[in-house]
Design a protein around this ligand. Structure first.
Ligand SMILES: Cc1cc2nc3c(=O)[nH]c(=O)nc-3n(C[C@H](O)[C@H](O)[C@H](O)COP(=O)(O)O)c2cc1C
Length: 357
């Protein structure tokens, strides 16, 4: 029975442990470019011993950025600064992953610490796009333009181009961001998709954009490297997307060559207050998808304690645990976990640190 510090091999890639850094937007790029901040942010967590780091939601076109400070891979000029980061991560036996994304109707927003609201064009914002002209609501008030079928095809191609650039930048793990109310999720959720063409209505029509995007990425992303998809496993709202639908979608994604489902939830409605936040609050999604689909899963959400994280793995509820905010508090969390689980620090920290602690 594997535990938190056991290796996991997916395709040709072996993670040294089951601890992953969840993708976290830094809102710190200029023109979508990674810089020294990203090197230090991600590099510290590789030195910290995580087996996998998934770089932030990285936009496949400028319109797809959540904020003007988000990273991007829509241009070849964005490859080199990311290549510097992947090369650093690999030196510490950390698998470099990246999440590629399009923010859809939630794009064009101020950085969270600057208010999180939609920006007008005078403030540097832009017109958003989505399956249907339905605003997210509250601070994200912009009514998106309904995408034409031609635009749907262009955005899908942009995902494939970004995946090809990610490969060139040295990433060995790709994740499609299809959660949290961004473009893919807004297609599959009935809350945000009222289309009457082949991209809306029935379950098969609502998931079409996600499945076709996966196919486009699959065509350029090599078989030898893992391909993950982050899903919002439930909208947590009556009449919204459900866990049963997630299971059906995950089965289809598996048959399209997806290796792992990263099981998150929610954020396609501004009403977060109903979510049952608490330790490991999304683990049951991962457990169900893993069991019913027979696919590798990652779980995320208020995982902070080493024993909690280890038991998720030993109880077969997920194959990888992803930590976000706890890794911001402590990039060396894996060292703490090693101590708590009686694992040799030499297997976790590099010699300049492990020799002394
Ligand atoms: C600063 C910050 C940025 C985030 N950016 C992303 C992102 O780029 N992509 C994504 O899928 N989730 C993003 N999230 C969500 C996290 O990946 C994670 O799912 C969530 O924070 C729950 O995990 P936690 O309880 O360990 O923080 C972000 C969270 C934080 C705190």
């Amino acid at each position: 029975m594997p535990g938190l510090f056991d290796e996991l091999t997916v395709k040709s890639v072996t993670l040294r442990n089951r601890i992953g850094v969840s993708p976290m937007c830094q809102y710190s790029s200029t023109d979508g470019m990674a810089d020294d901040w990203h090197l230090v942010h991600l590099g510290a967590r590789a030195v910290g011993g995580a087996g996998l780091i998934i770089a932030e939601a990285t936009a496949v076109e400028p319109r797809g950025r959540i904020s003007p400070g988000c990273g991007g891979l829509w241009s070849d000029s964005q490859i080199a600064p990311l290549a510097r980061i992947t090369s650093f991560l690999k030196k510490f036996d950390c698998v470099p992953g990246i999440q590629i994304a399009h923010a859809g109707r939630k794009a064009s927003a101020a950085r969270p610490w600057q208010g999180d609201h939609h920006l007008t064009e005078e403030e540097g914002g832009w017109q958003t796009i989505a399956p249907s002209p339905i605003a997210f609501g509250q601070k994200l008030w912009k009514v998106p333009t309904q995408m034409t079928v031609e635009e749907i095809g262009q955005v899908r191609n942009n995902f494939a181009d970004a995946a090809a650039r990610a490969l060139e930048a040295g990433f060995e793990w790709i994740e499609l961001h299809a959660a949290h109310g961004y473009l893919c999720h807004s297609f599959y959720s009935p809350l945000s998709n009222t289309r009457t063409d082949r991209y809306g209505g029935s379950f098969l029509n609502r998931i079409r954009f996600c499945v076709e995007t996966v196919q486009s990425i699959r065509a350029v992303w090599p078989e030898k490297f893992p391909f993950a998809v982050r899903l919002s496993c439930s909208d947590w709202v009556d009449g919204g997307w459900t866990l049963d639908e997630t299971v059906e979608l995950a089965k289809m994604l598996k048959s399209e060559g997806v290796d792992l489902i990263d099981c998150s939830s929610g954020f396609n409605t501004p009403d977060y207050k109903k979510y049952p936040f608490g330790p490991g609050w999304q683990v049951h999604f991962s457990e169900k998808v893993r069991q019913e689909v027979g696919i590798l899963t990652a779980t995320v959400g208020l995982i902070t304690d080493p024993l909690q994280a280890n038991s998720i793995i030993t109880q077969d509820k997920a194959d990888i645990v992803l930590l976000a905010r706890e890794m911001l508090r402590d990039p060396y969390w894996p060292y703490r976990a090693a101590k708590a689980l009686d694992v040799n620090i030499r297997d976790v920290a590099p010699p300049p640190y492990s020799h002394w602690i």
